[in-house]
Design a protein around this ligand. Structure first.
Ligand code: GLC
Length: 423
C-alpha cells in the first residue's frame, strides 16, 4: 500500500493518507524500516495547517481524485497549506505515540534529532486542540464530526446525528425510498457489501455535517456559533491525554519546558476527564455540549480510558469487569466495538459490532499499564489469531472471527508486526 512518501490504508476504498492510520502504520514500520516510519509521519505533518490542525486526510493529487478533494475544498480556509489538498477536520491525536515509538528504536543522539524535528509540530497541534476545540477552557476538547473520533459510525455519534441533525432533505430521501439511488453514488458500497457499512440515512447525515462544516470554511468561530455537532468524545480525549504525556517526555528529552499555558491545560484535562465517568453504568461516556448531556450509549470508546493512563485504579478495575462480561464485551474474538447485547450490535457493520485491531492495540496497551498483563496478552493473542485465520482485514466478527471491510488493510498488518515483536 506504499505510495509516494506514505502508506494508504487500503487499495480502492481508502486511496489517500489518513492521520491515525499513518500513526499505527509507522508503529509497525518502526520494527523493520525506521526511515520509512519517519517518512510516514513527516509526510503527515506536511499537511499541517498554519493554525496547527493536522487534518485527518491528505489527498492524492491525481486527477481521478478531484471529486474527493472538491468534497472538502480545504483551500477555502486561509489556514490550509498551499498546494496540498486535505480534509478540514482532525482525527485521534496519535502522532506523539508514533513519534515516541519510533524514538525507542533510535540511538540517544538520533532520538533527540527526531524529537527536535517533530516536537514543534506537535506543540502547535496540541495548542490548536486547546485553542479551537476547548474555547471555554473546560479541559476536554470537542469534536465536530464523527470522523474525528476515528470510530466513524459508532452508536453514540450516530445517535446524536439521527436525533439532532436530521435535515429535511434526508427525511425526504427516507420517505421517498430513494436509498437505492443514493447507494449508486456511494463509493464505499462499491468496494464493501452495504451490510458492512453505514445505512444510507446515516451516510447522508455524515455527509450533511461535512457539507455544513465546509460552508463555514472550517472556521472555528463560525462552527462554535452554529448548531453543528459538538461532542467531548471519551475516546479522543483519552488518546489526547496519552499524547500529552508523550509530549512531556519529548520536552524532557530535549531539555525544554512545555509552554506554560499548554502545561496548565494538560493538567486540567487529566483532572476533568473523570467527569465523563457515569457511576450508574460504571463506564465513560462522551458529553454532548449542545444538549448538555452525556450520550448514554455504551461503546468501545470507554476502554480507551485505560490507554490514557490517568484514570483511577478503581475505574480501571470496573472497565476490566466489563471486558470480562460475556453478555457485553467478552466475545469469542474480543473486543467488539459495541456490547453484544446492544440493540445497535451487528457483527459485521463498521464500528457497530466488529472487532478492530487498532482498538485492540490501544486497549491492550492500557491494560498493561494498569498491570492487567494477562488480559492484555489475551487480546493480543486473539488479534493474531484473527489475522492468521483470515488475513489483514479491516475488521472481524467478534462472534466467529469472519473477516469484513477492506482487504489488505494497512494498520491491521502494521499492528500485527508490533504484536509479534512483543511476544
Ligand atoms: C475508516 C475508519 C477510520 C480510518 C479510515 C481509513 O473510515 O473508520 O478510523 O481512519 O477508515 O482507514
Amino acid at each position: 500500500n506504499y505510495r509516494n512518501g506514505h502508506t494508504i490504508p487500503a487499495e480502492g476504498l481508502y486511496p489517500h493518507q489518513w492521520l491515525w492510520d499513518s500513526c499505527f502504520i509507522a508503529i509497525g514500520l518502526a520494527h523493520y524500516d525506521i526511515e520509512r516510519a519517519k517518512m510516514e509521519i513527516l509526510n503527515l505533518l506536511k499537511g499541517q495547517w498554519s493554525n496547527g490542525m493536522v487534518p485527518h486526510m491528505i489527498f492524492d493529487p491525481a486527477l481521478k481524485y478531484r471529486q474527493d478533494r472538491e468534497l472538502w475544498r480545504s483551500y477555502t480556509s486561509p489556514y490550509s497549506p498551499d498546494g496540498i489538498a486535505t480534509s478540514g477536520i482532525t482525527q485521534p491525536p496519535l502522532i506523539a505515540e508514533a513519534v515516541v515509538q519510533i524514538g525507542k528504536k533510535l540511538s540517544k543522539e538520533d532520538r533527540r534529532a527526531w524529537y527536535a524535528k517533530t516536537y514543534p509540530h506537535l506543540v502547535k497541534y496540541h495548542k490548536w486542540l486547546y485553542r479551537d476545540r476547548d474555547p471555554k477552557n473546560e479541559g476536554l476538547v470537542l469534536l465536530v464530526h464523527p470522523w474525528e473520533s476515528g470510530l466513524d459510525s459508532s452508536p453514540p455519534w450516530m445517535f446524536d446525528l439521527e436525533q439532532n441533525h436530521m435535515a429535511l432533505w434526508i427525511r425526504a430521501v427516507k420517505w421517498l425510498k430513494l436509498d437505492g439511488l443514493v447507494n449508486k453514488l456511494r463509493r464505499d458500497t462499491h468496494f464493501v457489501p452495504p451490510g458492512q457499512r453505514l445505512s444510507t440515512t446515516d451516510a447522508l447525515l455524515v455527509f450533511h455535517v461535512l457539507r455544513k462544516l465546509r460552508h463555514k470554511g472550517y472556521s472555528h468561530q463560525r462552527i462554535m456559533k452554529s448548531k453543528l455537532p459538538k461532542v467531548e468524545d471519551a475516546g479522543f480525549n483519552a488518546i489526547f491525554i496519552r499524547a500529552n504525556s508523550h509530549l512531556k517526555h519529548m520536552a524532557k528529552t530535549l531539555g525544554l519546558d512545555l509552554p506554560q499555558s499548554l502545561a496548565a491545560d494538560i493538567k486540567h484535562t487529566e483532572e476533568v476527564y473523570n467527569d465523563l465517568w457515569d457511576e450508574a453504568a460504571s463506564q465513560y461516556f462522551s458529553f454532548n455540549i449542545n444538549t448538555g448531556e452525556k450520550i448514554l450509549i455504551p461503546s468501545i470508546a470507554t476502554f480507551l480510558a485505560l490507554y490514557s493512563g490517568k484514570i483511577s485504579k478503581d475505574h480501571a478495575a470496573k472497565l476490566v469487569e466489563h471486558l470480562n462480561n460475556h453478555q457485553t464485551y467478552a466475545a469469542k474474538f474480543p473486543v467488539p466495538s459495541v456490547p453484544q447485547n446492544s440493540t445497535w450490535f451487528a457483527a459485521h457493520r463498521y464500528w457497530q459490532g466488529p472487532t478492530w485491531i487498532n482498538t485492540n492495540w490501544l486497549i491492550a496497551d492500557g491494560l498493561d499499564r494498569y498491570d492487567y498483563k494477562e488480559e492484555a496478552a489475551k487480546i493480543r493473542e486473539s488479534s493474531l489469531q484473527l489475522v492468521e485465520r483470515s488475513g489483514f482485514y479491516e475488521y472481524f466478527s467478534p462472534n466467529d472471527g469472519s473477516p469484513a471491510g477492506a482487504k489488505n488493510f494497512s494498520w491491521t498488518a502494521a499492528l500485527t508486526i508490533d504484536f509479534l515483536n512483543r511476544k
